[in-house]
Structures are given as structure tokens and as C-alpha cells.
Design a protein around this ligand. Structure first.
Ligand code: GDP
Ligand code: ZN
Length: 297
């Protein structure tokens, strides 16, 4: 459920027990035993608990994306990544949305977009999201987009369905209502408003210390403070084109198979952006991430 200073908090028969790591596992797997992992534990004669085996994973959210061998696992056995933003207060940061969705694509995880504070839509508002249709590029790209309000309850039943029975990494800037949404869905959790996703530091060396909350009715929600600030510096630039899922079907028509969609002649992605068939804003954010990835090589 979480790892604090070398102590592993393991959910066992509905309770959480604090475990150490067996020496042999330590040598082989210490770097790898992560939040979300399934493990076998044993009770020692002094009644303390110890992890003695790491079980196989079906997926993981990692820093580096799937192609990396020595990837650093943030959460193991993840089913989906839910990016949370708000209509306003704070205004949505579309470049952060695209960074988080790219990270989830690189890890081959489903991405969801939750737009909270839907009670605050106003006709003729200004700001980066003027209308719900400003999120159409995401539905067009094939993402589920859900408008919610922790205030008036809109969308909460659908959100409950999305989260139940799955392991969901919940990520987004502070103040968008993550704690409020979880409190509304998980009575008794009693998170301090503002508690989820609090973090320190940003950029390349951001450490993301994850923790899991069991979701009533099955599943877990993973809090990953700082995830939205993770630099994608260790991603293969060539992989990034797959991180923008709507580019894929278009990119097959690029003249060069390894087209990075920047200035190459015969680039079908750039043509589609010009023809307004692909979102110009998503394309700009792709370019920014590409430069970041190239800088990190
Ligand atoms: P977090 O930092 O993402 O966990 O956000 P919080 O849950 O702490 O919420 C930040 C602020 O937004 C608090 O003052 C909440 O009361 C408020 N808030 C949360 N959800 C909503 C919502 O759906 N509508 C409105 N109007 N305010 C909300
Ligand atoms: Zn291209």
C-alpha cells in the first residue's frame, strides 16, 4: 500500500501490516518491490512480518516508459491513469494533461480525463476552457472524458463505476478537487481537503512516493504526488509519437517511417494539423515533449 523509510505497508486480509524485506528478496528485488505489488509475507518468531517473495506484475506505471530496461516503477499492477483537472480555480493546464496522458500511453495504460468543478461553468466565460467542447480533442482521440462536481454530485456515479474493481492512478494539480472527489466516493476516508497529491520538488529528479487507498467495492486508488511534474527526459524521442494516440493512424502516411513530425518533408501529421484534423494544441505539446526528450538524450 505504501513504502515508508524501508517499511513496507502490506494489505493482508483487510488490515495493513508493516513488513520488512527478506535479505534474499532485498538483493534481488529491493529496487523493484513497489507500491501495488503483490507479495508473499511470512511471520517471524518475534511476530514481525517479512516479505519473502515478489509475485509477477501485469503492468506498471514507470518513469521511463515501457521500452526502458531499468525502469523505475512508481506503481505496479495499474489498470488506468485518471487525470483530474477543474473547469476553473485552477484553470486547466492542457500541457500538463497532455504530459500525463503521454506518460500513461508510454506505459500502455488506459488514460481517463476527469474535469471537476463542472458546477462552475458559466456562459461566455474566458480562460483556457471556455466550453465543455474545449475537451473534444480528447474524446476525438478516444479518451473517456467525464465532467464531475464534488459540489453538486454531477458525474459521481459514473466515476464510481470507473474506479471500482480497478487500480487507478489519480493525478492532477492541487486544488482541482481530488480529495473532495475521493471523500464523496469513499465515505469514512476523511481526507483533509488538499491532502491528495501534495508534493515537493519538480523536474527530472522528482521522487514520486505513491500510496494506495482501497476503494469500497473493490479496486484501489493510487495517489502519486508530483507525477504531473515528472520530466519525460528519459523517454526515447522515437517513442513519443505513440504517446499521442490520435497521431498513430495519421503517421502511417508520413514519408519517413521514423518521422518525428517536425520539419520532415511529407509529414502527414503536420498536414493533418494544418487541415485542423488534429488538434493544433496537442501537436504543440507533442513538440514541447519531443524537445524535452531530445534534450535528455
Ligand atoms: P485537491 O488539492 O485536488 O485534493 O483539491 P481539494 O479537494 O482540496 O479541493 C480544493 C478546493 O476546491 C476546496 O476548496 C474544495 O472545496 C473545492 N472543490 C472541490 N471540488 C469542487 C467542485 O466540484 N466544485 C466546486 N465549486 N468546488 C470544489
Ligand atoms: Zn510525420
Amino acid at each position: 500500500m505504501k513504502i515508508v523509510a524501508g517499511t513496507y505497508h502490506v494489505e493482508l486480509a483487510g488490515a495493513t501490516v508493516e513488513c520488512s524485506l527478506r535479505g534474499r528478496v532485498k538483493q534481488k528485488d529491493a529496487r523493484f518491490v513497489s507500491v501495488g505489488d503483490r507479495v508473499r509475507v511470512e511471520t517471524l518468531p518475534d511476530q514481525s512480518c517479512r516479505i519473502h517473495k515478489l509475485l509477477p506484475r501485469h503492468s506498471a506505471l514507470t518513469r521511463h516508459g515501457v521500452a526502458r530496461r531499468r525502469e523505475q516503477v512508481i506503481v505496479a499492477n495499474v489498470d488506468q491513469v485518471a487525470v483530474v483537472v477543474s473547469v476553473t480555480r485552477p484553470e486547466p493546464d492542457f500541457s500538463m494533461i497532455d504530459r500525463l496522458l503521454a506518460l500513461s500511453e508510454l506505459n500502455e495504460l488506459d488514460g481517463l480525463l476527469i474535469v471537476n468543478k463542472s458546477d462552475l461553468w458559466e456562459p461566455e466565460r474566458s480562460g483556457p476552457a471556455r466550453l465543455p467542447s474545449d475537451f473534444n480533442p480528447y474524446t476525438d482521440a478516444g479518451y473517456d472524458v467525464l465532467f464531475t462536481s464534488a459540489e453538486d454530485g454531477a458525474g459521481l456515479e459514473v466515476l464510481r463505476e470507473w474506479l471500482s474493481g480497478r487500480v487507478t492512478v489519480l493525478s492532477g494539480p492541487s486544488g482541482v478537487g481530488k480529495s473532495s472527489l475521493l471523500n464523496a466516493l469513499m465515505p469514512g476516508l476523511d481526507l483533509r481537503v488538499g491532502e491528495v497529491g501534495e508534493r515537493k520538488g519538480r523536474g527530472r529528479h522528482t521522487t514520486v512516493a505513491a500510496s494506495l487507498y482501497p476503494f469500497p467495492g473493490g479496486g484501489y486508488v493510487a495517489d502519486t504526488p508530483g507525477l504531473q511534474y515528472l520530466a519525460l527526459w528519459e523517454v526515447e524521442p522515437a517513442e513519443l509519437t505513440h504517446a499521442f494516440r490520435e497521431f498513430g493512424p495519421v503517421a502511417v502516411d508520413c514519408r519517413f517511417a521514423d518521422c518525428r513530425h517536425r520539419a520532415e518533408p511529407g509529414c502527414a501529421v503536420r498536414d493533418a494539423v494544418q487541415a485542423e484534423e488534429l488538434s493544433e494544441q496537442r501537436y504543440r505539446h507533442y513538440m514541447a515533449l519531443l524537445e524535452e526528450a531530445e534534450e535528455g538524450r
